[in-house]
Design a protein around this ligand. Structure first.
Ligand code: PEP
Ligand code: MN
Length: 336
């Protein structure tokens, strides 16, 4: 059960409400986010919610049968939209495009990609500076200096930044330069990281774990929400299966399921989802038809020279074509 509290609830009213719930053996977690004040109540006893809804200080009460609560669609009338400022928002009616290199490499590389994004009116740039790599000898990212350089190129052009944070200690130094923190597939269940991201006021995109179920992804999002941050995005990025013909198995089913189960925006990552350049664009389009609120993909001037994930990275021509197809698809009205 989720109880939405009024902003003017008094301490006495809240205490009385909690005491009544505890008498009925409910376990109560108070959640205060940027937008609202909630009590998430877990218990077995069936209660008449009118006896709670009628109390002073209570705004609304919702029974949510899912094991995740705040991220469930069962209690929210409308889907969540996230406003990044400067006319950039995710969720709601439009389709968001986030594009950029797998890794931030050099100023020259980033300058060219910024120009490519501006030309295509792409308002959100991806680019990792802390890279989770399977081998410790592979390029592991340009670090905060790379992020600062990315920011100095993006901010003047009104381009927002999404980049991966790998550990709690990085959050603070990254904060001024980041618009969306990305939790990578390998950290999808790093609960300490999720807790800490719940304490900040910046959007967080959580990728599905490499072997993570849809429910586990929703619970990861619940961690962040329940610590106080409701600016959340869910991302399908492919899972590991027995198939070896491609890097990951992009779970297109997950998009519709996530959209049905949660009010949060769903973003598709076809680059990691399949891991092969030739298949990325069609998967991006299929995701949009399936109801994704946006796509995130990798693009580089010379993918064959990229320091990471070149094999799944589009070149500028392929990216131009994809953007124009996305625009045509959106205009055709077949998505959603
Ligand atoms: C990435 O976005 O470059 C990345 C490493 O993604 P994932 O966590 O999905 O592997
Ligand atoms: Mn990558």
């Amino acid at each position: 059960m989720i109880i939405q509290l009024k902003s003017n609830i008094t301490a006495d009213q809240k205490n009385q409400l909690c005491e009544a719930l505890m008498l009925d053996k409910y376990n109560i977690t108070e959640v205060k986010t940027q937008a609202e004040n909630y009590l998430v109540c877990i218990g077995k006893k069936e209660i008449d919610i009118r006896t709670i809804g009628n109390r002073a200080g209570v705004k609304d009460v919702h029974i949510v049968s899912d094991s995740y609560k705040l991220v469930s669609k069962k209690w929210k009338v409308s889907n969540t939209a996230i406003d990044l400022g400067d006319g950039v928002s995710i969720g709601g009616n439009g389709i968001s495009i986030m594009a950029g290199p797998c890794s931030v490499e050099s100023e020259e590389q980033m300058q060219k990609i910024v120009e490519h994004l501006v030309k295509n009116n792409i308002r959100i740039m991806r680019g990792g500076v802390f890279k989770p790599r399977s081998s410790p000898y592979a390029f592991r990212g340009a670090g905060v200096e790379g992020l600062k350089m990315m920011h100095s190129l993006c901010a003047p052009r009104g381009i927002k930044i999404i980049t991966e944070v790998m550990q709690v200690s990085q959050i603070e130094e990254m904060m001024p330069y980041v618009d969306i923190f990305q939790v990578g597939a390998r950290n999808s269940q790093n609960f300490n990281l999720l807790d800490s991201l719940g304490e900040i006021d910046k959007p967080v995109l959580i990728k599905r774990g490499i072997s993570g179920t849809i429910e586990e992804l929703l619970h990861s999002a619940e961690y962040v929400f329940s610590k106080g941050n409701e600016k959340l995005l869910l991302c399908e990025r492919g899972i590991r299966t027995f198939e070896t013909a491609y890097r990951n198995t992009f779970d297109i089913n997950a998009i519709q399921v996530l959209k049905e189960k949660s009010h949060l925006p769903v973003i598709a990552d076809p680059s990691h989802g399949v891991g092969i350049r030739n298949y990325v664009a069609k998967l991006a389009l299929a995701s949009i038809i399936s109801g994704a609120d946006g796509v995130i993909y990798e693009v580089h001037e010379k993918p064959e020279e990229a320091l990471s994930d070149g094999q799944q990275t589009l070149n500028f021509f392929e990216s131009d074509q994809l953007v124009s197809k996305i625009k045509r698809l959106v205009l055709s009205g077949v998505c959603g």
